[in-house]
Design a protein around this ligand. Structure first.
Ligand code: AMP
Ligand code: MN
Ligand code: MN
Ligand code: MN
Length: 281
């Protein structure tokens, strides 16, 4: 059975492949009680998701996944139970999308130099035409036969040191947490085990995240191994952070991650939903 809560998912508003409505219907069919839609740097999918959740009788938590640059690395923050109309968040997201727009053009310029023409238009064809992610470039290049799968394209072309890589210039950690808080939401450090950094640097990140006003660690993530979950649970206890859980679902094309297919929270953790209104899920 699926977990009652899945607090990290994507739709076609960013780099997921199900529309917000389709995503919510799949969540309802799987028995999820409360779903957060957390698209990258946009809240555009929330209205459609909210309407479908009401029709399906499940709870939709308005969310977002913000791109952050911290000490030269890209970090993701999930904002949960945000008000998408809050001006600070809205303006911040608009700024991140302006950077995305420029970065997409720059990725295409760099890939053109590496011998691939027409990549911007190609990637756009895999997006909703509004927000471009590296995932859209990767899907297009897979269709072109450049690599067997999306991971292969990332590895050969889109990560640091590769021809199509463009360094991130996203929000600061402090800005991103502030935008979430000003929108009435809770800031969660997403998939904390996935960042390539030493343990001492990870602890520094946690300290600064808490100082900035962050409240939760995504202990359970579709991209965490069992060991990762165990290790992140220890950090959450040690730092007094609430624990969140989300699949990071992007669509049925990645069948190794399924909506609500999450292990229970390890013992001794306070779930982020503990103080949410009762009867949510
Ligand atoms: P962006 O925010 O446009 O830089 O794209 C980041 C997204 O790309 C992540 O949210 C993942 O969905 C996807 N992604 C990142 N790294 C990889 C990878 N190595 N293989 C496959 N997908 C990846
Ligand atoms: Mn993504
Ligand atoms: Mn992420
Ligand atoms: Mn995500």
């Amino acid at each position: 059975m699926a977990s009652a809560y899945d607090l990290h998912t994507h739709s076609t508003a960013s780099d997921g492949t199900l529309s917000p409505g389709e995503l919510v219907r799949r969540a309802a069919a799987r028995g999820i009680g409360a779903l957060a839609l957390t698209d990258h740097d946009t809240t555009d999918g929330l209205a459609e998701a909210q309407a479908e959740a009401a029709a399906q009788g499940i709870v939709l938590m308005p969310g977002v996944e913000l791109s952050v640059t911290w000490q030269g690395q890209t970090i993701h923050l999930v904002g949960l139970r945000i008000d998408p109309a809050a001006p600070a968040l809205r303006d911040g997201l608009a700024r991140l999308r302006r950077f995305r727009h420029w970065r997409a053009e720059e990725i295409a310029r760099r890939l053109a130099k590496a011998g691939f023409a027409g990549v911007l238009e190609g990637a756009r064809g895999y997006s909703n035409g509004e927000l471009l992610s590296r995932t859209h470039f990767a899907r297009f290049l897979v269709a072109r036969g450049v690599a067997a799968d999306v991971r292969g394209v990332f590895k050969r072309y889109l990560v640091r040191g590769k021809p199509g890589h463009v360094p991130g210039e996203w929000a600061t950690l402090w800005e991103a947490v502030a935008w979430i808080r000003l929108a009435g939401g809770q800031a969660v450090l997403a998939h904390p085990a996935r960042y390539e950094m030493t343990n001492s640097k990870r602890r520094r990140l946690l300290r600064e995240f808490i100082e900035a006003g962050g409240v939760a660690l995504e202990v359970i993530s579709g991209s965490h191994s069992r060991d990762d979950c165990f290790h992140m649970a220890q950090l959450a206890r040690e730092f007094g952070l609430l624990a969140s859980a989300g699949s990071d679902y992007h669509g049925p094309e990645s069948p190794w991650i399924e909506l609500g297919n999450l292990p229970p929270l390890p013992d001794g953790l306070i779930p982020i939903w503990r103080d949410w209104p009762k009867g949510l899920a």
